[in-house]
Design a protein around this ligand. Structure first.
Ligand code: ZN
Length: 231
C-alpha cells in the first residue's frame, strides 16, 4: 500500500469509521495516505431536547477530527450538507469530483449504492445519496476533462480512480484483515461520543461482526467490501 492514496466518502461523521476504519488504519500503517469526505453535518441525530443543529454539527465535526487522528487520516473534508437531506444531485457530485481531483486517490471507499433495506432496518437516505454520488463522481465524472471544466481554472486535472470499495452490509467478497488494527477502530469509534449512550454495546457488536467477517475471509478479524476494479 506504499504511496497509495485512499479517499473514503461517507454521509455522516462515524460512517466510514464503522465500515472501513480498520482497513484504513492498516493501509496507513503500510504507507498509504488516507483522506475522508463527510457529506453531511450530522446535525440531526440527537434526542437531547437542549441540543441545537449548530451545536451538534460542531460536536460531531470535532469528534470526527479526533477519530481521524487515531487512524492516521491526513485530512477530513466536510461538505456540511444538512443531515437527513442529502441528495445525490449535480451539486454534490461536483463537490466530490473536486475533492477527487484534488486528492487524486487510487482507491475510493464508500457505502453500497445498491443497498436500500434489509429485513431488520432501512438504510439511511443519506447513506444511499452519498454512495450514488460518490460512485458517479468516481466514474465517469472525475475522469472526463469536459465535465466540470471550471475545475481547470483552479488547476485541477481529470483523474482516474483505479478501484472502488463499497462497504457492504450484506456481505461482499473482498476481505481485509484488520486483526492488528481493530483496537484503533474501536478507539476511533469511541471518540464519536455524542452518538452512543452505551458504547460497551457498540463495541461488542463491532467486535462480533469483525470476527464473523474474519471467519469468512480466513482472518481473526476483518472488514468486507464489494470491490470494483475500474478498467
Ligand atoms: Zn450514517
Amino acid at each position: 500500500m506504499k504511496n497509495k492514496i485512499i479517499l473514503a466518502i461517507g454521509a455522516h461523521p462515524d460512517d466510514t469509521d464503522f465500515g472501513a476504519s480498520g482497513t484504513i488504519a492498516k493501509w496507513v500503517e503500510e504507507g498509504a495516505t488516507a483522506c475522508y469526505v463527510i457529506c453531511t453535518d450530522g446535525s440531526r441525530g440527537s434526542e437531547d431536547p437542549r441540543m441545537t443543529h449548530k451545536k451538534l454539527a460542531a460536536i460531531r465535526k470535532s469528534e470526527q477530527e479526533e477519530a481521524a487522528k487515531v487512524l492516521g487520516v491526513k485530512k477530513v473534508f466536510f461538505l456540511n450538507h444538512p443531515d437527513t437531506q442529502l441528495v445525490s444531485d449535480l451539486k454534490l457530485k461536483e463537490e466530490l469530483v473536486r475533492v477527487i481531483r484534488t486528492v487524486k486517490p487510487n482507491i475510493v471507499i464508500t457505502m453500497d449504492p445498491t443497498f436500500y433495506y434489509s429485513e431488520e432496518f432501512i438504510n439511511h437516505t443519506d447513506h444511499r445519496a452519498a454512495a450514488v454520488a460518490a460512485m458517479d463522481a468516481v466514474f465517469p465524472l472525475s475522469r472526463d476533462r469536459l465535465t466540470f471544466l471550471e475545475h481547470e481554472k483552479v488547476g485541477l486535472r481529470p483523474h482516474k480512480v483505479e478501484e472502488i470499495l463499497f462497504v457492504s452490509f450484506g456481505g461482499g467478497e473482498f476481505f481485509v484483515d484488520i486483526s492488528k488494527t481493530i483496537e484503533k477502530k474501536i478507539k476511533a469509534l469511541a471518540l464519536h461520543k455524542s452518538q452512543f449512550e452505551n458504547f460497551a454495546d457498540v463495541e461488542k457488536r463491532v467486535r462480533k461482526r469483525a470476527k464473523m467477517l474474519g471467519k469468512k475471509g480466513g482472518y481473526k478479524a476483518a472488514e468486507s467490501f464489494k470491490r470494483v476494479v475500474i478498467r
